[in-house]
Design a binder for this molecule. Structure first.
Ligand code: PRE
Length: 372
């Protein structure tokens, strides 16, 4: 039967539902506060037992991934599952901030896609802390100044971010999570800037590369300048007459820029993947990935020998990349990523087999597969 309610009746129903939702959110926040007390009590008890008293870890990525995955799996519409999950992402972010506000270092400045990935993963109640370099993100987390860090690790058109992989070679940080962001570039200018007034286009080198064909077609004779980040490009466009920036929506919003052209990336499914780094290992969430660094002697069949344990165990590899070892000329290390958790028996067996035949094996962490 068609819905016969009047506008006033429907709005009265919405008001009643909003009161219920608000009451439930407050109850949920109260539960989060109780969880925080329990975590503190558990840490104090461990310290009294003489176990090494670490810091209380309030953020639980495995739990958050489970909550968000369950939201999406049981969603029945009319809102899309991802939309509802984003709402719960913000509720959990606010609940976690009640327990302990997180300081999250990211590759800045404000307006970069890494900034957007940080907000997407941790929600708006986290405190993003902009860093000028990937090295600085690792350093802020290693020093304890920040709780976690977010760094770019690969782009679907440009490949791996080698500087991130190199940092993992020496860092004791663990991977705590991953974020995937569709990379949508626009040509941005200060409000009121006419197209003919643009004399220079600024962007991060990767953004210039990802929009090369579009720029060659539409702006073949305009100077292009690679700058440190898309956020910096947007800042220059806002401050310098005649400068346009290739950057995303967050940069446009932060620097008050207008879009001369939208979606100028050459490949529609252009995606960048980011890694979340922290000081603690993450327990199994049930839907995990593991990343390791492994190196073997430079001999025939060395790579086959490294991959065969995964084949025998039927474990899917999701990524494999190489980087110079920096310690031995023409020796390489492999960054291998695969499904499963270091706590799983089959993964333990693979790792112990790799340890026997490699000269270097460094687990970088097991972490929940991206849900949002
Ligand atoms: O379950 C916990 O450990 C909580 O702290 C609660 C909660 C939540 O709001 O659901 C909040 C923060 C954590 O990162 C995970 C989940």
């Amino acid at each position: 039967m068609a819905d016969q309610r009047t506008l006033e009746e429907v709005r009265a129903d919405i008001d009643a539902i909003d009161r219920e939702i608000q009451a439930l959110i407050s109850r949920r926040a109260g539960c989060a506060q109780r969880v925080a007390d329990i975590k503190l009590e558990q840490m104090q008890a461990a310290s009294e037992r003489g176990e090494t008293p670490g810091e209380v870890v309030y953020y639980r990525p495995e739990r958050e991934a489970q909550v968000l995955k369950r939201i999406m799996d049981r969603n029945e519409g009319p809102l899309a599952g991802e939309t509802v999950a984003h709402i719960f992402r913000e509720i959990m972010s606010a609940c976690l901030a009640l327990e302990k506000p997180l300081q999250v270092a990211y590759l800045g400045p404000e307006g970069t896609f890494t900034h957007a990935a940080t907000i997407k993963h941790f929600g708006h109640a986290a405190i993003p802390v902009s860093q000028n370099t990937i090295d600085a993100v690792f350093a802020r987390v290693e020093s304890g100044e920040c709780n976690y860090g977010v760094v770019p690790v690969e782009n679907s058109t440009e490949g791996m971010v080698s500087h991130t992989l190199d940092n993992f070679m020496d860092s004791r940080l663990k991977i705590s999570g991953e974020v995937e962001m569709p990379i949508v570039h626009h040509l941005l200018v200060a409000p009121g800037t006419e197209q003919m007034a643009v004399t220079k286009i600024c962007a991060h080198q990767q953004a210039l590369a990802q929009c090369r064909n579009w720029l060659d077609l539409h702006w073949p004779n305009t100077e292009r300048e690679a700058v440190s980040s898309n956020g910096e490009a947007a800042r220059l466009a806002a401050a310098t007459p005649g400068v346009a920036a290739v950057a995303g929506d967050m940069a446009a919003e932060l620097y008050g820029l207008e879009k001369l052209a939208e979606h100028i990336e050459d490949y529609a499914d252009n995606t960048t993947r980011f890694l979340v780094v922290g000081r603690d290992e993450v327990p199994s969430s049930g839907r995990d990935k593991t990343s390791i660094i492994v190196s073997s002697r430079n001999k025939p069949g060395a790579l086959y020998a490294l991959l065969d344990p995964f084949r025998k165990a039927g474990v899917s590899l999701t990524r494999i990349d190489t980087r110079p070892s920096r310690t031995e000329k023409w020796a390489y290390v492999f960054f291998i990523e695969f499904e499963g958790h270091l706590q799983d028996d089959n993964i333990r067996a693979i790792v112990s087999e790799l340890e026997e035949q490699s000269i270097l094996l460094k687990p970088l962490g097991s972490y929940p597969r991206a849900v949002l």
